[in-house]
Design a protein around this ligand. Structure first.
Ligand SMILES: *Cc1c(COP(=O)(O)O)cnc(C)c1O
Length: 218
């Protein structure tokens, strides 16, 4: 069980950054993990989880949420517009909003369903062609559009490029969120969450450091 160790490291990183204890929310990323591992972490008291795939999450979370009350589910993977409605039904927060067409679909579904998922705009801070996220210089316009659509906008999310110092990316995300009056910063994964907390992360998304290496996607 890596959960206790991760919670301790988060508390230490908060203290080192002079931030209040509990200011960082741990999202335990359970995608593709064996059921027994996730159930052990639920038994241990963790209630905030992240998933990448709508269909996979639909298959397992309704049952778990009924057995462990208080679960909050966050979608952290890319979202196809045709799954926007299903995502609104299942997730309390969506971290991967990166285009106006998706934001519009989410806003419509939220209104029809009477739901209000918390929204993060994903920014492609490294401008990597293969990666999801709005370009940094288009983020302000997308944030404005999300507000105009009435979405419950909380902040920004990023995944820095592999094999580079992530801190400039975390810092850029903080600047983008800050100049738009957004307080939420979803950044930091198993390998870099302490650096993200030093740069102001409010939500860290940690999978393998809690559950162990993920089995490959079938
Ligand atoms: C899978 C995933 C994570 C968790 O990654 P780990 O390295 O296992 O901590 C975090 N964020 C996103 C967007 C992911 O897809």
């Amino acid at each position: 069980m890596g959960l206790d160790d991760i919670l301790r490291r988060i508390r230490n990183a908060e203290a080192a950054a002079g931030r209040p204890a509990g200011s960082v929310t741990l999202i335990a990323v359970s995608k593709l993990q064996p059921a027994a591992q996730v159930e052990a972490v639920l038994d241990h008291g963790q209630r905030v989880f992240g998933e990448n795939y709508v269909q996979e999450a639909q298959g397992k979370w309704p049952d778990w949420a009924a057995r462990w009350p208080g679960v909050s589910l966050h979608l952290i993977g890319p979202l196809q517009s045709n799954k926007a409605r299903a995502a609104v039904q299942l997730f309390d927060a969506i971290h991967s909003v990166d285009r106006l067409s998706l934001a519009s679909r989410l806003a419509r579904a939220a209104q029809e369903l009477g739901l209000a998922p918390r929204i993060f705009v994903q920014v492609n801070t490294g401008a990597e062609p293969q990666k999801a996220g709005v370009a940094p210089d288009e983020a302000d316009a997308l944030i404005d559009a999300c507000r105009d659509l009435g979405l419950d906008l909380q902040g920004c999310m990023c995944i820095p490029p592999d094999d580079t110092d992530p801190r400039p990316h975390f810092s850029l995300l903080r600047q983008i969120a800050g100049r738009n009056g957004l307080s939420g910063l979803s950044m930091g994964m198993s390998g870099d969450f302490e650096a993200a907390i030093a740069e102001g992360a409010t939500h860290v998304r940690i999978g393998s450091a809690i559950f162990g290496a993920r089995p490959p996607r079938a």
